[in-house]
Design a protein around this ligand. Structure first.
Ligand code: HEM
Ligand SMILES: *[C@@H]1O[C@H](CO)[C@@H](O)[C@H](O)[C@H]1NC(C)=O
Ligand SMILES: *[C@@H]1O[C@H](CO)[C@@H](O)[C@H](O)[C@H]1NC(C)=O
Length: 322
């Protein structure tokens, strides 16, 4: 009897040990590359800085890449894989095609990083660092970015179509699409503050400016000038998501929402008489609360289903599997 329970204790102990090792391996950490690639951060930042100096919008595009990577089966660099005749990646998925950009900048960063520490740093981690640097360079908050993700050897166009919420979403759909990846309603409202930078295409806001009533009339007039009502005409014409300071990361996005100048249907859903109005009001009145909730949300988003340990690989070229 005594022998039985002590061997049982050993089995339980072993199981706990394996669980513990498993979960500790799955942890990302801020010092993951501190020995294997000590110059990683300045190397990434200088490429991001020069890309943004050339075109301020690029900071927005790089931030969005990280979102579209993380929401589709986790932050695993899958969005960076090119299609080939025998492989369909995520670049032509509905939310990405003709829309996501910044792949050339990611290539530049990756080759600068490969030059100093070959086959060490994943493309998934490069996206996380790049998103952080972009926000900071455009005037937003800065945070310690957790690292240790590895790169997927596959991608899923179907998951990209289904997991990234479309701009036609109503509030409940936005809440559930974020909940589906472990992010709260507050995370959703704070992360949507990313729309304080960057641009959207007419096709994504046409229905809002021509058909919706919860929208400021002079804002409508201004946006209609460069976005014709007929489907197919001017679809790719751009307008800033934040009409005030589209290349500065601040809380003007929430000021726009309070004055019914959200550009996308999904933007104005956050302040339309529903449960998130009070969060928008808080961020409108209090930029430092927005900044800290945004950082919390970015870190949580970066934790979505990373590949760690011996899963995945460290790609040499972000566009293809090794
Ligand atoms: C809440 C749900 C969200 C929806 C429905 C949404 C939708 C969109 C759409 C439709 C565009 C314009 C794309 C185009 O017209 O080509 C856009 C742009 C953008 N989104 Fe979101 N988004 C959401 C959340 C987020 C999040 C969480 C982030 C980042 C953490 C983000 C970052 C951006 C940025 C920075 C841009 C501008 C990109 C550029 O100028 O290249 N979005 N989003
Ligand atoms: C994803 O959406 C695109 C564009 O709407 C469509 O062409 C493609 O067939 C979809 N892919 C899958 C796997 O559903
Ligand atoms: C506005 O709504 C009407 C009626 O539902 C529809 O026929 C029209 O195509 C919509 N216009 C736009 C630009 O979405």
């Amino acid at each position: 009897m005594a022998a039985f329970s002590s061997s049982k204790a050993i089995v339980v102990g072993l199981a706990l040990f394996v669980l513990f090792m498993g979960s500790s391996r799955a942890q990302l950490s801020i010092d993951f590359y501190s020995e294997s690639c000590p110059w990683l951060f300045p190397t990434v930042e200088s490429v991001v800085q020069s890309a943004i100096s050339k075109e301020a919008r690029m900071g927005a595009s790089l931030l969005r890449l990280f979102f579209h990577d993380c929401f589709v089966n986790g932050c695993d660099g899958s969005i960076l894989l090119d299609d080939t005749p025998s492989f369909t990646g995520e670049k032509r998925a509905a939310p990405n095609f003709n829309s996501v950009r910044g792949f050339d900048v990611v290539d530049k960063i990756k080759s600068a990083v490969e030059n100093i520490c070959p086959s060490v740093v994943s493309c998934a981690d490069i996206l996380a660092i790049t998103a952080r640097d972009s926000v900071y360079i455009l005037g937003g908050p800065v945070w310690d970015v957790k690292l240790g993700r590895r790169d997927a050897r596959t991608a899923s166009q179907a998951a990209a179509n289904n997991s990234i919420p479309p701009p036609t979403s109503n509030l409940n759909a936005l809440i559930s699409s974020f909940n589906a990846v472990g992010l709260s309603t507050k995370d959703m409202v704070a992360l949507s503050g990313s729309h304080t930078i960057g641009q959207a295409r007419c096709t994504n806001f046409r229905a809002r400016i021509y058909n919706e009533t919860n929208i400021d009339t002079s804002f409508v007039q201004m946006r209609k000038r460069n976005c014709p009502s007929a489907t197919g005409s001017g679809d790719n014409n751009l307008a800033p998501l934040d009409l005030q300071t589209p290349t500065t990361f601040d809380n003007n996005y929430y000021k726009n929402l309070v004055s019914r100048r959200g550009l996308l249907h999904s933007d104005q859903q956050l302040f339309n008489g529903g449960s998130t109005d009070s969060i928008v009001t808080t961020y409108n009145n209090n930029p430092s609360t927005f900044n800290s909730d945004f950082v919390t949300g970015m870190i949580k988003m970066g934790d979505i289903k990373p590949l760690t340990g011996s899963n995945g690989e460290i790609r040499k070229n972000c566009r293809r599997v090794n």
